[in-house]
Design a protein. Structure first.
Length: 256
């Protein structure tokens, strides 16, 4: 089964607001099958966007959804995703600096997971760096996503942020089995600990992360077919040339 390769449109924030459809067409030309939205949809209705994506040849794989929007927008946002035909959605992070806030965020995540599940959409949580701080002798990530009888919350791993804490992304993913939505493939410059994270500009497969091992882990866990999502912080060359390299390298890793 072919692995869909998508890009998180946050990566293209410097260009997409000026030319939404033109940017999506260039994403397709760069070798992508799908997109992950950053919680915004270009001012389109779901049906309008669905047709535009179909015309371009892209599928709506996933989206991010900010936890701050849950209280007022959960129902309408989830309904939009359902109408668009999106199989996955992910919370894009949370403020989790205290144990109390972790439990508060966890309850919100359980509620969102349950609501999306009613519509046939798998809901996950996207990690950044803070989730690998330790509270009560375990990573915040593991407290947020500990099993619940009410809902199966999933993890959306960002390979770069996992590696920032000197954790092997492939080994850590294996601990979660199939409780994963399509992960973010993001590489790190060799000098990543000496620069601002926003300055990481290396393409996937051209940095220090072992993506062959990550792909092997996904294949062993039976989740590779769900997809892979490229996310980029910055670029040191033409944006679309650079994301084409990301896509080409990933296709080599998955054998597509």
């Amino acid at each position: 089964m072919q692995t869909p390769i998508a890009i998180q449109l946050y990566s293209l924030r410097s260009v997409i607001h000026d030319d939404f459809l033109g940017t999506l067409r260039k994403v397709k030309e760069a070798g992508y099958d799908a997109v992950e939205f950053a919680g915004e949809f270009g001012g389109r209705t779901a049906m309008q966007l669905k047709q535009e994506l179909k015309d371009i040849g892209l599928t709506p794989l996933s989206t991010h959804f900010q936890i701050q929007r849950f209280d007022e927008e959960l129902e309408s946002f989830a309904a939009f995703c359902k109408e668009l035909g999106m199989p996955f959605a992910n919370c894009s992070g949370s403020t989790v600096e205290s144990c109390e806030r972790v439990e508060e965020a966890r309850e919100k995540l359980i509620g969102a997971t349950m609501h999306f599940a009613k519509l046939g959409i798998e809901f996950g949580y996207h990690n950044h760096w803070a989730e690998f701080e330790v509270r009560n002798d375990q990573y915040i990530q593991e407290t947020l996503l500990r099993p619940s009888i009410r809902a199966t919350m999933r993890a959306q791993f960002d390979t770069a942020w996992v590696r920032y804490y000197d954790i092997d992304p492939a080994a850590y993913m294996r601990q979660w089995g199939n409780r994963m939505t399509p992960p973010h493939f993001k590489d790190l410059n060799a000098n990543y600990k000496e620069i601002d994270p926003a300055e990481n500009c290396v393409e996937v497969g051209n940095g220090i992360i072992d993506f062959e091992a990550v792909v092997a882990a996904m294949r062993d866990m039976g989740v590779l077919h769900r997809g892979i999502i490229v996310e980029r912080e910055s670029f040191d060359k033409d944006i679309f040339e650079s994301i084409a390299i990301d896509a080409a390298n990933i296709r080599k890793f998955v054998g597509a």
